[in-house]
Design a protein. Structure first.
Length: 245
């Protein structure tokens, strides 16, 4: 888990740094594909779902699962999300990051900052025995406090021998029906889905790309972590997302 998490972390960080105005999302994805291949890892979206790209690259009003394309050209001030997950030696790692490309000419940096802050606080509260829905409730409350909403049908998840495994979904809101708890040694991918307007993501005609049910923008940040009796171990800490725990 340490090895694959470091691989996806370094790939995500490199892709975020490589992105530039005038570049297509397909070119950016190809760069990430070459990195993963050089490190001996396989793209999880391809292995698990036959996704038409190595990573998910979502731009502006695309919420998630954006398909890399020669037709999507990055522009100054775009709100970009890159989600990199991969397999190595039978284990999976997952992480993602939203960022503003170049100058913040459209005012997206505020939601990016909010997403990072909320992720860090949520992770800091995770330990053995903590209820999963308490972390979801915290994420939703902090988003609301900052003037944002959360996507309720996109979640964090357990991870390990599979991309998605026990304890199942880790929502961004307090789901009263989710009575699960975090347990020591459990590996989980903790994600924020912080939005300006929408509460649900809907799939578009290509069968992959998701947009908000009420439009607007979203910022997502994600770490793969291991639950302990105290502070969790952040396996993807080198991916460039500022950590405060």
């Amino acid at each position: 888990m340490r090895q694959i998490s470091e691989i996806v972390a370094q790939t995500l960080k490199a892709m975020c740094a490589y992105a530039a105005p005038g570049m297509s999302t397909k070119e950016l994805d190809n760069y990430g594909a070459d990195l993963l291949k050089s490190l001996g890892a396989r793209s999880a979206p391809i292995v698990m779902y036959k996704f038409p790209g190595t990573s998910c690259i979502s731009v502006n009003k695309v919420i998630c699962h954006g398909v890399p394309s020669d037709k999507i050209i990055l522009q100054e001030g775009d709100l970009i999300n890159i989600d990199v997950s991969a397999e190595f030696g039978g284990y999976y790692g997952d992480n993602g990051s939203s960022f503003v490309l170049g100058k913040d000419i459209h005012g997206h940096q505020a939601i990016v900052n909010a997403s990072v802050d909320i992720l860090n606080e949520a992770i800091s509260k995770i330990s053995d025995g903590v209820k999963i829905n308490e972390i979801g409730g915290l994420i939703e409350k902090r988003a609301k406090d900052k003037g944002y909403k959360v996507i309720k049908n996109l979640t964090g998840h357990g991870i390990g021998r599979k991309l998605h495994e026990a304890p199942g979904e880790i929502p961004n809101y307090k789901d009263p029906w989710n009575n699960g708890k975090f347990k020591e040694h459990m590996a989980v991918a903790i994600e924020t889905f912080i939005t300006t307007q929408s509460n649900y993501a809907i799939t578009t005609k290509d069968g992959w790309t998701m947009i908000g049910n009420k439009g607007g923008f979203m910022a997502q940040h994600e770490h793969t972590v291991v639950v302990t009796k105290t502070q969790p171990l952040i396996l993807t800490q080198n991916n460039g997302i500022p950590t405060t725990i």
